[in-house]
Write a protein that binds this ligand. Structure first.
Ligand SMILES: Cc1ncc(COP(=O)(O)O)c(C=O)c1O
Length: 252
């Protein structure tokens, strides 16, 4: 963080669980990040949108649970898109100290009207209703993660350093896959995967991380298994071609 800091730095966005890596920060990590921001007099945005989607005994903490000083410097943003699977309803919310909320209101009141009334009532229903469906969905995500993570680890040229602990994405390093397939960039690999394996993934470049792919496991388990098997077949075919061409590549 020090390397990215300058006297023009005003705000640090902390997204945990994270899109695209699925990383979840521990309370002590958040404490350290929050204290750093307070010490440097900068604000924090806590994007907690995936907070209810954590897996395999991982615990979710927010920056606002890291003491009064850090909470006061934090603008909490959240919404119904993920935990309640209500992406299209366009309801998000923000919590911060009154001074910041006042400024947000001043800008918002001139740039947009209210979200649709029906969406606001749907969000109230989501928050107030029995939360067992959220847990059912969380478990489904956990099962998908635990099933496809080991399968993806076996794909030639795909490297997964750390198992995600939240959100619903995998973010493999595909530097070797790029070499095996014989393209220059992860964005070209994305095109080939779409056109030849018929699997849609997102280029890590969209997140400032070329050389990686983001795979979402928001689809059903059977579709996900099929997708990983297609990626595996695609990569194995290129690996064989490469090896039979006389060049040997070490994978995983
Ligand atoms: C990091 C992050 N924050 C927030 C959101 C929620 O966005 P929205 O409320 O516009 O659906 C998403 C959805 O993809 C996300 O990945």
């Amino acid at each position: 963080m020090d390397a990215a800091y300058s006297d023009r730095t005003k705000l640090l966005v902390v997204n945990s669980p994270q899109n695209p890596t699925g990383t979840v920060y521990s309370k002590s990590e958040l404490q350290a990040i929050g204290q750093w921001a307070v010490d440097h007099h900068i604000l924090l945005i806590a994007d907690d949108i995936y907070g209810k989607l954590v897996y395999n005994q991982t615990e979710f903490y927010s920056l606002i649970q890291c003491g009064q000083e850090i909470a006061d410097a934090t603008i909490l943003v959240n919404g119904v898109s993920k935990a309640y699977s209500m992406t299209g309803w366009r309801i998000g919310y923000v919590a911060a100290v009154p001074e910041i909320i006042g400024k947000i209101n001043a800008i918002l009141s001139h740039s947009t009207g209210n979200p649709a009334t029906v969406s606001q009532y749907a969000a109230i229903a989501a928050f107030q209703s029995d939360q067992t469906d959220v847990e059912k969905m969380r478990r489904a995500f956990e099962q998908r993660l635990n099933t496809i993570y080991p399968l993806l680890q076996q794909v030639p040229g795909f490297k997964l350093d750390q198992k995600p602990a939240g959100a619903f994405y995998l973010f493999p390093n595909v530097a070797e896959a790029i070499q095996i397939v014989g393209v220059q960039t992860s964005s070209q690999l994305v095109e080939l995967l779409l056109n030849e394996a018929h699997v849609a993934v997102v280029d890590g470049g969209a997140f400032g991380m070329p050389g990686y792919l983001r795979l979402s496991y928001a689809a059903g388990l059977e579709d996900l298994k099929l997708a990983v098997s297609r990626i595996n077949t695609f990569m194995t075919r290129y690996l064989k071609k490469k090896v039979s061409g006389g060049i040997s590549i070490e994978t995983n």
